[in-house]
Design a protein around this ligand. Structure first.
Ligand code: GTP
Length: 597
């Protein structure tokens, strides 16, 4: 196919502005999928994604469309909308020449609208603003156009107003793609050069590799080479996604499609790699992608030690489809054998946990999430620490650094004061404030990631009554006034409960954790002292009083079956406990540190 008749584009949008719905409509208008088959939203095809309504993994779909007598190939490359998956957005954008900037005509410009649009501008894409949901009575397209011009400096004069729900004006969106998105510039007669932008695992075919051909042609049966991985393979199948896999004989410059090469695991596929010829001089390697950054870590432990191997198997299975999630074995005195897991962000963590619970029936204990710390040990090197219990004793640390993120909030102006206070409470550094319109503003702060990951999003939503949105990007590491705060139960340090916090917060945090623990840990036959300490200095303490009488006492004289029932119940309760020394600590208590963040 002549590259002049190809258009490659993405849809970028804030969550819930209607990306999946518009994608469906485009498939329908171009006749790629019939209305009857459209019951399910096709682009996000994982159950969980549908449940949560979030498109997580980038996917692609090819459409054919005849415009003024010429047939065009339109490739839509899907992008996730959530902050945790920004790096996947970049990945998709490098394969496109244009992007539809989809904005809800009622909600207006939101934090991820801005982040995604900047991303597209950086990639030099032609951006077509599209205002969705104009069927809504309260839609305010003119104001939203102004917001787009004000914040992004884009010309929104020709923005298309449409309704992805009713189909109104969706045809105009297709026409604009053909008219405004530049055709790819690749050469058909050059050496093969293709970008690997994604891969999925198929039980029968192994790795299915998604590519955008930049130059040349790749044919079924060709021997190809992955330049970064340095491996050569035969192409056993290739084709396009419409949206299901449709095998073809070849893919040429400008096209987007899939390649199957008998590669058994996704671990062998490097996203961002360049595909070229195995014989002769290969093409130049394309600039790769930034590696995904794991920002958040937590420990996952089976509550029954016997399940350790099952948990390992379940985690490996998950990783096959999601290489951005990492894990390694770790041990805790308190929790035994388990795994330290790394995620792109909090949402990613939640998704992985839900999948684990859905796909295996292992009872899990999860420790509070934490960020990566960089520590310079006295007379030693810098180390990266992913778990608070591995932080060296405070006296041995020369420099203690933490990740800092730049957070952008978009919110109605009435709530500016509330968010400023929240950021000040968390030692945020004000960067700037901008008005998108007389009623909406963008606030930018630099904050410690640790202050953001726990509950910033929830706090934002509650302060702004749901109207505020946020986005963040990593700025780098900075020295902080940080300490490791330990929790001692009956004199013993419970390693899984250690946290890292700002020194100035240590007393408040310590007191809050201990108060929570006091509620969660049942009474024993003896007193249980609880302490929070920095090194040997105790900053907070509480005591759980000893139990006054036997629980079975009230059954005295009662029938034995009632007594037995009570014991059974206690036993069940026990199962969900961990014994530290002589003290039974319920699993819920291990999350106590979370709720007091
Ligand atoms: P993520 O996958 O979470 O990024 O969301 P999305 O941007 O793909 O949004 P989605 O297409 O799932 O739409 C979000 C909600 O908006 C759904 O309830 C849609 O039915 C609704 N919606 C989408 N387009 C329109 C529209 O044109 N008009 C109206 N009234 N509702 C719409």
């Amino acid at each position: 196919i002549d590259p002049a008749r190809i258009r490659n584009f993405s849809i970028i949008a804030h969550i819930d502005h209607g990306k999946s719905t518009l994608a469906d409509r485009l498939l329908e208008v171009t006749g790629t999928v019939s209305k009857r088959d459209m019951k399910e939203q096709l682009l996000d095809d994982m159950d969980l994604e549908r449940q949560r309504g979030i498109t997580i993994k980038a996917r692609a779909v090819s459409m054919r469309y005849t415009h003024h007598g010429t047939e065009y190939e339109l490739n839509l490359i899907d992008t996730p909308g959530h902050v945790d998956f920004q790096y996947e957005v970049s990945r998709s954008l490098t394969c496109c020449e244009g992007a539809l900037l989809l904005v809800d005509a009622f909600q207006g410009v939101e934090a991820q609208t801005v982040a995604n649009a900047y991303n597209a501008i950086e990639h030099n894409l032609e951006i077509i603003p599209v205002l969705n949901k104009i069927d809504l009575v309260h839609a305010r397209p003119e104001e939203v156009k102004e917001e787009i011009e004000q914040t992004l400096g884009l010309d929104a004069e020709d923005a298309i107003g449409c309704s992805a729900k009713t189909g109104l004006n969706c045809q105009a969106v297709i026409d604009a793609i053909i008219a405004r998105v530049p055709a790819p510039t690749g050469k058909l007669d050059a050496t093969l050069q293709a970008m690997v932008f994604d891969s999925v695992y198929d039980e029968f075919r192994g790795a299915i590799i998604y590519v955008r051909v930049m130059n040349g042609v790749v044919r079924k049966g060709d021997r190809v080479k992955f330049l970064q991985a340095g491996t050569a393979h035969e192409v056993v199948e290739l084709g396009q996604l419409a949206p299901r896999r449709v095998p073809r004989e070849h893919l040429s410059a400008g096209q987007v499609g899939y390649v199957v090469c008998n590669i058994k695991s996704l671990g062998q596929v490097h996203i961002g790699d360049t595909l070229s010829v195995a014989q002769g001089e290969p093409a130049a390697a394309l600039p790769g992608y930034e590696q995904p950054k794991r920002m958040v870590f937590c420990g996952l432990y089976p509550s029954d030690g016997q399940d350790f191997e099952n948990l390992r198997e379940a985690l490996s299975k998950l990783q096959v489809n999601d290489p951005s999630f990492v894990f390694e074995p770790e041990t805790s005195d308190a929790l035994g054998f388990g795994f330290r897991c790394g995620f792109l962000g909090l949402l990613h963590m939640e998704i992985v946990q839900q999948r684990l619970e859905g796909e295996s029936d292992i009872d899990l204990v999860q420790t509070a999430p934490n960020v990566t710390y960089r520590i310079k040990v006295k007379d030693g090197d810098w180390i990266d620490v992913h778990t608070p219990q591995r932080v060296p004793a405070n006296g041995d640390i020369e420099d203690f650094q933490q990740p800092i993120v730049r957070v952008s909030f978009v919110l109605p102006v009435d709530y500016i004061g509330g968010i400023m206070k929240l950021c000040a409470d968390r030692r945020g550094v004000f960067v700037r404030q901008e008005y998108l319109s007389p009623t909406r503003a963008m606030l930018v702060y630099d904050l410690a990631l640790a202050e953001v990951v726990y509950d910033m999003h929830d706090r934002l939503k509650s302060i702004t009554r749901g109207y505020g949105t946020m986005d963040y990007e990593l700025r780098g590491y900075e020295t902080g006034d940080l300490v490791r705060l330990d929790i001692l139960v009956k004199g013993e340090r419970v390693d899984a409960l250690s946290i890292v916090c700002d020194k100035r917060d240590s007393e408040t945090r310590g007191r809050a954790v201990i108060k929570k623990l006091k509620e969660e840990i049942p009474r024993h036959m003896f007193e249980v002292p609880l302490q929070a300490a920095i090194g040997t200095r105790v900053v907070a303490r509480e005591t759980i009083k000893a139990m006054s009488k036997n629980v079975t006492a009230k059954c005295y004289g009662g029938d034995i079956s009632r007594k037995r029932k009570l014991w059974e119940k206690q036993k069940e309760g026990k199962k969900r406990m961990k014994s530290i020394g002589q003290v039974d600590i319920p699993q819920k208590a291990f999350l106590a540190v979370l709720e007091t963040g």
